[in-house]
Design a protein around this ligand. Structure first.
Ligand code: SF4
Length: 302
């Protein structure tokens, strides 16, 4: 266990923990989004430096929820940040250098950009909207992923819409009605304004008698829904509410082999109307094909 120092740093086993450093917003890739690393080798544990992801904010207060596991399924970004001794629960807005980001975007041969990987962009909507505008100016489709811990203003939504942004809001059946209602209002408003508003529904195989099935089934019916089967650890507090025999080891993006730490029940709603590329087979899960006027990119049809 670590301890809290006077400047808010947690110190454990000699190496200090600290929030993310503020750095310039750059494009990057992950082991999930890229099939090879920058040397064209399978990614493995090597760092994937190049890709179509960016973070206006790193870290997220949602990391404090669910007994420190982050969102109900257990936040993957928080779990990964532990290896780097980062205090994830403090969201840190990054620095927007428009020239540097534009230079990155000029080199990108993928038609869309994921905004929000190692933190939730909602903690700096102004920068997120500007980033989306810059992405759009390079003829790429911005895809913003958020849990909406802070709601965007109508003006921000208008800027996102003008940039043709796909707004993905992540929800799951464990979320309280109040939590869902706030997020659904944002989705509805964006949709009414003419934007593509997508519910990223993180799904669980609950115990057979659980009423959560009804909640989840209803959520799967509401508007454009992209199913994200939860990957979950047995140590997560919600594990006891799940139907264990339906869970099998997730195939690791790093090794390509079953990872016995993370378990998944796989796709539970195969008939959901998903994007034209068939999201269940696609690791990128962008929904840029959903209702899009633009031609699909080669990357989005992987
Ligand atoms: S909102 Fe996203 S980044 Fe924040 S804790 Fe939840 S999963 Fe992690």
């Amino acid at each position: 266990m670590g301890h809290q120092s006077s400047v808010g740093e947690v110190v454990s086993s000699g190496r200090p923990h600290a929030p993310y450093k503020r750095v310039r917003i750059r494009l990057f890739g992950t082991n999930k989004t890229a099939s090879t690393d920058s040397m064209s080798r399978p990614p493995g544990r090597r760092v994937v430096r190049w890709g179509n992801c960016l973070d206006p904010v790193r870290g997220c207060t949602g990391g404090r929820t669910n007994n420190g596991y982050g969102c109900w399924w257990g936040c993957y970004a928080k779990e990964a940040s532990r290896r780097f001794h980062i205090i994830f629960d403090v969201p840190v807005p990054m620095i927007l250098d428009e020239l540097v980001l534009s230079r990155d975007l000029q080199r990108l041969d993928v038609g869309w950009v994921r905004i929000g990987v190692n933190g939730d962009p909602c903690f700096d909507w102004v920068t997120t909207a500007r980033v989306a505008e810059i992405v759009a100016a390079h003829d790429k489709i911005p895809v913003v992923l958020t849990r909406v811990w802070r709601a965007p203003s109508r003006g921000t939504l208008q800027r996102l819409l003008d940039a043709d942004t796909r707004l993905h809001v992540t929800l799951c059946a464990f979320d309280t009605r109040g939590f869902q209602s706030v997020r659904n209002k944002v989705l509805e408003m964006y949709s009414e304004m003419g934007g593509v508003a997508v519910t990223r529904l993180v799904t669980f195989a609950f115990l057979p008698e659980s009423e959560l099935w009804d909640t989840q089934d209803a959520m799967a019916q509401s508007g454009p829904v992209l199913e994200q089967p939860a990957r979950i650890m047995k140590t997560n507090p919600v594990w006891k509410l799940l139907h264990h025999t339906r869970y099998v080891p997730h195939i690791s993006y790093v090794s390509g082999r079953p990872d016995h730490r993370w378990l998944s029940a796989g796709t539970l709603y195969p008939r959901l109307p998903q994007c034209a590329t068939g999201c269940s087979d696609c690791k990128h899960q962008c929904m840029t094909g959903y209702g899009a006027q633009r031609p699909l990119t080669s990357e989005s049809s992987l």
